[in-house]
Design a protein around this ligand. Structure first.
Ligand SMILES: Nc1ncnc2c1ncn2[C@@H]1O[C@H](COP(=O)(O)OP(=O)(O)OP(=O)(O)O)[C@@H](O)[C@H]1O
Ligand SMILES: [Mg+2]
Length: 236
């Protein structure tokens, strides 16, 4: 199986070279654990390798994410300019639609933008898709609707041969009764262990599953530096 480099050297070593090509990986974890940064690494590496990438944002402003990438030396601006990277911001679209429809007195239901519609119409040349954060779908829909939507997105991406990262906050992940974990090829969890007496925290990257990939070490200690995520060591 061919793998795509994750952009994090230590993680590539754990994953036999990177994320399995053409498959979907779910990344989950509490706030501030590095999920978005993991996505930025993958986009930056993939763009450097000449791949065509899409970033779908549902909760943050594009400018904030781009500034975060710059601050971590994972600058994505050149790839936006040369067209290798496209950003679709569902969150900003919603804000703009709310502004315009509120003038006509319509409710929020009229502004529900659909990730599925967007992905259905994407070019077959797209290699890499990062969705940050897909957890919003868990809030807007009941469990059956959510499962339907999630599997539709997975199938579209699979058929298109995209290697995809679904970023999902841990609360939405738990709210969906971890259903998404079964529906993806790989599952990576970012975990923070706090020691209140020493005041120190430890961050672990836990590769809970990666089908068809031998994973030598499941838990690895990592930290976030000015150059992003750095895997320090692993334990079996
Ligand atoms: N330059 C840096 N040096 C050290 N740590 C940094 C740096 N930039 C960001 N961080 C750390 O990374 C964390 C943010 O990571 P990230 O944005 O990937 O989190 P997240 O899991 O996506 O959070 P959320 O669920 O809120 O979106 C911050 O809490 C901060 O501590
Ligand atoms: Mg984030």
């Amino acid at each position: 199986m061919e793998n795509l480099p994750t952009g994090v050297e230590g993680l590539d070593l754990l994953l036999d070279g990177g994320y399995p090509k053409g498959k979907s990986i779910l990344v989950t974890g509490p706030p501030g654990t590095g999920k978005t940064i993991l996505g930025l690494h993958f986009l930056h590496r993939s763009c450097l390798d000449g791949r065509k990438c899409i970033l779908v944002l549902t909760r943050e402003l594009s400018e904030d994410i781009l500034a975060q990438a710059r601050s971590l030396k994972l600058d994505l601006d050149p790839f936006l300019e040369n067209g290798q990277l496209s950003i679709r911001n569902i969150f900003e679209d919603k804000i703009n639609k709310i502004k315009s429809v509120s003038k006509f007195g319509k409710g929020l239901s009229a502004v529900d933008t659909d990730i599925i519609e967007y992905l259905s119409s994407m070019s077959s040349e797209v290699d890499v898709v990062v969705i940050d954060n897909i957890g919003v779908m868990a809030i807007n829909h009941d469990m059956r609707e959510f499962a339907d939507k999630f599997s539709s997105i997975s199938i579209i991406l699979l058929k298109n041969g995209c290697t995809s990262l679904f970023i999902m906050d841990v609360d939405s992940y738990n709210m969906t009764q971890k259903l998404t974990g079964y529906m993806v090829f790989g599952l990576v969890r970012l975990i923070t262990q706090e020691n209140f007496s020493s005041g120190k925290t430890k961050q672990y990257l836990y590769i809970e599953k990666m089908r068809n990939t031998p994973v030598p070490v499941k838990y690895s200690l990592f930290d976030i530096t000015s150059h992003g995520i750095r895997v320090i060591s692993g334990m079996k």
